[in-house]
Each structure stands twice: as C-alpha cells, then as structure tokens.
Design a protein around this ligand. Structure first.
Ligand code: C2E
Ligand code: CA
Ligand code: CA
Length: 544
C-alpha cells in the first residue's frame, strides 16, 4: 500500500490540477493563457513519479481542461474535439519527456552518490556515509555506540591469500560479522583494515563485546582455508562522549590506539583519553631530547643454554625513564617510534650502548665472551646504510661481529622479503647472528623460512604461556622445534616463567630459554655484579 507521504503527494498534485482547472474556468476559459498553468502539476508528477507520473498527470490535466471546459465562459463557447484531443496529446508528450529527463537525472545522481558514498570494491558505504548516518542519528537523538573494528593482521592475510582475493575475503569476513546475531546493521568501510559499526544502545555493551570477541576468535573459511582474524575495537558513545559526528569518529579511533597500547582487544573512550593523541605527538618529540639526556637505559635478559644452563648471550631491552611521565614501557612507545624515522637514531643509540656494555661484560671475564642481541625494526633494515653503520660501530668499539646478534620479527621481514634476505645475508657474512623474533605470532611460511638467512627461531611467548593448558599449542611447539632443527636452526623459547614450561621445552630439545623463571631483564650494573660471581648467576635465579 501507499505510505502516508506518497498519498499526500498524489493528493497535492491532484489538488493542484483541480485548482488550475478552476482558475482556467473562472478566468474566462481555455482561450486565456492561464491554461498553461496545467504544466505545473504535470512536471511535479513527472519529478516524483517519472514517466508514468508525467503521463498520468497529463491525462488527468488534459481531461480537466478537455471536453467540459469552455473555450470562453462568458459566451459558454465549447472547444472542438480536435482542440482538446490535440492539447491532451501535447501534454502527454511533455509529461513523458519530463518524466524521462527526471529519471535520467536521478540515475546520474545515484551514480555520483555511489562514487561519493560507497567503496567501489566492497560496495560498502564509506566514511563519508558513516558520518552522514551519525549526523542523522544525532539529529533524531537516538542513543548509540560507535565502534571501529580493526583487522590487525590484515597484512598477513593479504600475503597469505593474495592481492586479488583480498576483497573477496573481506566480503566473506563482513558477512561473517553480520551473521553475528547482534549485528544486523550496516558495516561501513574506512580502509582495508578498519570498519565502522553503529550499535543501537539497547544492548548491554560489555556482554556484546565479550560475546563478539569470542565469536571473532573463530576462523573464517575462505577457499578451503581457515583464516584467523586478529581484531580489536575502539568504542565511543553518543550522547555521553560527544554530540558531534567528527568528534565521535576521532574518539573511536583514539580508543583503538589506546586498546593497542594497552594490549587489549577493545577500549571504550573516556574523558581523559582526549589527552592521549597530543601526548603521542609529544612523546615522539621527546625521543630526541631523551637520547641526548640519556633518559633511556638498556636492561639485559640472559638467554640460557638448556643443555648446561650456561649463558652466552643477553638480550638488550630498552627502558625509557621519561622526565615527566616516569617509566614508559617499550611496548607502548616502540610501535609508535617505528612509524617514524625516529627509530633510526633510537636504534643507533641502542646499538652503541649495547656494544659499549658488551665490552664491560667481557672485561672481568676474559675467558668468557658474552654476546648481545639487539632488537631492530623493519625500518632499520630498510635504511640503505644500516649494515655499514653497524659494521663501523663494531670497529669503533673493537668488537668481533660474532658478539652481536639482531632480533627481528617475522612480520617485519616478510614485508619486503627479497630485499631483506639480501640485507640479512650481508650482515651474516660479517658474522652477525640473526634471531627471528615472535615466531608463530604472525604469518609463517615454510617457503620463506627455508630461504631466510637466520640462525635462531624465538618461539613467541603466547605459545609458552599455553604449555600445560592447551594440547594443540603444545603440539605446535613440538612441530616448531622439529622443523627448526630440520632447517639447522636453534630454538629459543621466550617468556618462560614456570618449571613445567621449562621441563616441557627441555623434553622437546629446545635449545635456549629466556624468561622470568631464570631472570628478569636487569640493569647493566646488576648484570656485571652477577657476572663477577660467575656461575652463581643462574643458580641464584632458579632458587627464587
Ligand atoms: P620482545 O623482543 O618480544 O621482548 C620480550 C619481552 O618480554 C620484553 O618486554 C621482556 O621484558 C618480556 N619478558 C621476558 N621474559 C618474560 C617472562 O618470563 N614473562 C613475561 N610476561 N614477559 C617476559 P619489554 O622489555 O617490555 O619489551 C617489549 C617489546 O619492545 C620487545 O618485545 C621488543 O619488541 C620491543 N623492544 C624492546 N627494546 C627494544 C629496542 O631496543 N629496539 C626495538 N626496536 N624494540 C625494542
Ligand atoms: Ca626480542
Ligand atoms: Ca619476542
């Protein structure tokens, strides 16, 4: 049936047509130019109902000014048949033409709309549309939550299924998300890894979030492979947090960053988070200052050889003692620094300090030759002079390159795999050892692993945490160790905190372990003190 609006429109157009007929009648009949007023309801009908509206209105209007409408009311002269049939035909032509023009215009407007408000690949409404929608909801004073969903491992997925399949996969994934019964609403495209959702505020948010996160833990099937999505959510609420669409979008994004910095799967915006963004920029600006002022410090954590419990290598882990904010975790600032060129001077500082400290470690123990492992980022490797400057530093501190190793994450290496292989080979040819960090966390490919010039695999902490808790994880650890050994690589387990974890790893022939079970990262001074006591170093820690 018709909606109210449609009924009203039709009625108005009819009313206008009747009004025109009355005007024509009372102003003397069709011989006067008022008869042309009949085009008004016809064009109006053509505008709203296109060709069929134009024709219908033309017929009605033509009939109203037709056989019963006098040519001249004062003499009551009636029109001839040819007169009014000609007029009706003319009106029908005009109505048809107007209807056609309006429908053409509308389809073109639709196309423009489609380009402006929809993503061409996924066909989802875009950010602009999201903003419009938010404005609409705000106007109507409908309470809602705005959620930004981030697919954190989208690069891994990209690499795994290939460029051409990605948008199909995203469609599949979004369908999966929509199948979650509490999300029936539209999903908005922001970029390949970020999607917006407007959630009506009837549901209990915390229940929704925990159920949704659990739902998203399941793999999504695509071309017969199961793909896991590492997602996080940034959330804000209307009207509590803001009544402006732009601000709400900013807040949701900020919350996403906040979630990442806190290693949480979701974060809901709070008043005090507004300082977070500025503080990020401020934080980066402080890096240079802190390098000069020596507000950074390196802590060292031993890698323990599981055959004889000896220590050969220490991993250098940076600490930032910010003059105003106090201690800031590297997990918080490194990912931000890595996004800028500041990572270069920072890594340079780390390398120099680490090389300086190895010499100190080795001073008192001339028979022992300790090595240091330094964490580096993808961006460091991309710098054309990275290898040269490392080698220069080694020469400057008079250190055998064998005493230095680099830890780099798998995900970082995969991004420009061919280039990176070349660069790593160059470093290795000098004697520098390479650790593949956080192994298993991101995208792992046997093909690449075989080609990568690395010496050690570091099994990600996540797997170690689940020893004794998850049989499947234990099986994975088993496979990683066997595979690494088959490729002639040594295996390091990181994050070992418990005896059961150590026993399990040792049983499987894991070569090295790092973790609180043996020692927490410690200052250079404490390490030097413990090294002076030599082998007690490890034994003391085990007694804890
Ligand atoms: P990562 O390279 O995976 O380092 C291991 C992290 O686990 C360190 O955190 C370490 O303190 C912590 N850890 C060690 N043993 C245990 C354990 O038994 N249990 C638990 N729960 N944690 C343990 P940290 O020092 O906060 O560093 C975090 C991340 O920051 C590092 O992860 C690394 O990716 C990055 N990072 C640290 N220093 C540097 C640096 O100098 N340069 C660069 N580019 N990145 C760095
Ligand atoms: Ca590391
Ligand atoms: Ca790691």
């Amino acid at each position: 049936m018709f909606e109210d609006r449609t009924l009203l429109l039709i009625f108005s157009i009819l009313f206008l047509a009747v009004l025109v007929a009355l005007i024509v009648y009372f102003t003397g009949g069709t011989r006067f130019s008022y008869a042309h007023l009949i085009y008004l309801p016809i064009i109006l009908a053509a505008y709203f109902y296109k060709i069929k509206g134009g024709i219908t209105a033309a017929l009605i209007g033509g009939f109203l000014l037709g056989p019963y409408m006098p040519l001249n009311t004062s003499t009551m002269t009636m029109q001839g048949l040819e007169n009014w049939t000609f007029r009706i035909s003319l009106l029908v032509v005009v109505g048809t033409f107007a209807g056609y023009l309006f429908s053409l215009l509308e389809s073109q407007l639709e196309q423009v709309n489609q380009i402006a408000y929809y993503d061409s690949e996924t066909e989802l409404p875009n950010k602009l549309k999201l903003k419009k929608e938010l404005e609409k909801e705000i106007e109507a004073e409908n309470d809602f939550y705005l959620l930004i969903l981030s697919i954190n491992n989208f690069i891994d997925i990209y690499k795994m299924i290939g460029f051409m399949n990605f948008s199909n996969y995203i469609k599949k994934l979004l369908q999966y998300i929509k199948d979650f019964e509490k999300i029936r609403d539209q999903i908005y495209y922001i970029n390949e890894s970020k999607y917006g959702l407007i959630l009506k505020k009837e549901a209990d948010l915390s229940i929704f979030l925990s159920q949704f996160v659990e739902y998203m833990d399941h793999a999504v099937e695509f071309n017969q492979i199961s793909i896991f999505n590492d997602i996080s959510l940034g959330i804000t609420a209307y009207p509590e947090q803001s009544q402006i669409a732009d601000e709400l979008i900013d807040q949701a994004f900020l919350s996403l960053e906040k979630a990442a910095s806190k290693k949480l799967q979701y974060w809901q915006y709070q008043e005090q988070d507004s300082s977070f963004k500025e503080s990020n920029i401020g934080l980066l600006a402080d890096i240079n200052k802190s390098i000069l002022n020596d507000d950074f410090e390196l802590y060292y954590q031993p890698k323990v050889n599981l055959v004889d419990r000896s220590v050969e290598t220490f991993e250098a882990l940076i600490r930032w003692n910010h003059p105003e904010r106090g201690f800031i975790s590297p997990a918080e600032f490194i990912p931000r620094v890595e996004q800028s060129s500041l990572i270069e001077p920072l890594t340079e500082w780390v390398v120099k300090r680490a090389l300086n400290d190895i010499n100190k470690f080795n001073q008192k123990n001339e028979d022992k030759n300790y090595s240091i492992a330094v964490n580096i980022s993808a961006r460091n490797l991309q710098h054309p002079n990275f290898a040269e400057s490392l080698i220069q530093n080694l020469e400057f501190f008079n250190i055998n390159p064998e005493r230095l190793s680099l830890e780099i994450t798998e995900t970082d290496l995969i991004l420009e795999i061919k280039e990176n292989i070349k660069k790593l080979k160059k470093l290795k040819s000098k004697g520098i050892k390479i650790y593949l960090d956080d192994f298993g966390k991101g995208y792992s490919s046997l093909k690449y692993l075989k080609e990568l010039p690395v010496d050690y695999l570091k099994i990600d902490q996540y797997f170690i945490k689940n020893i004794g808790l998850e049989k499947s994880t234990e099986n994975i650890i088993h496979s990683i160790i066997n595979m690494a050994h088959a490729l002639n690589l040594k295996v390091v387990a990181e994050g070992v905190e418990k005896k059961e974890q150590l026993d399990f790893l040792q049983e499987l022939g894991c070569d090295y372990a790092q973790g609180y079970y043996f020692a927490r990262p410690d200052t250079k001074e404490n390490i030097i003190k413990k090294l002076a006591e030599e082998d007690k170093y490890i034994l003391n820690s085990i007694d804890n």
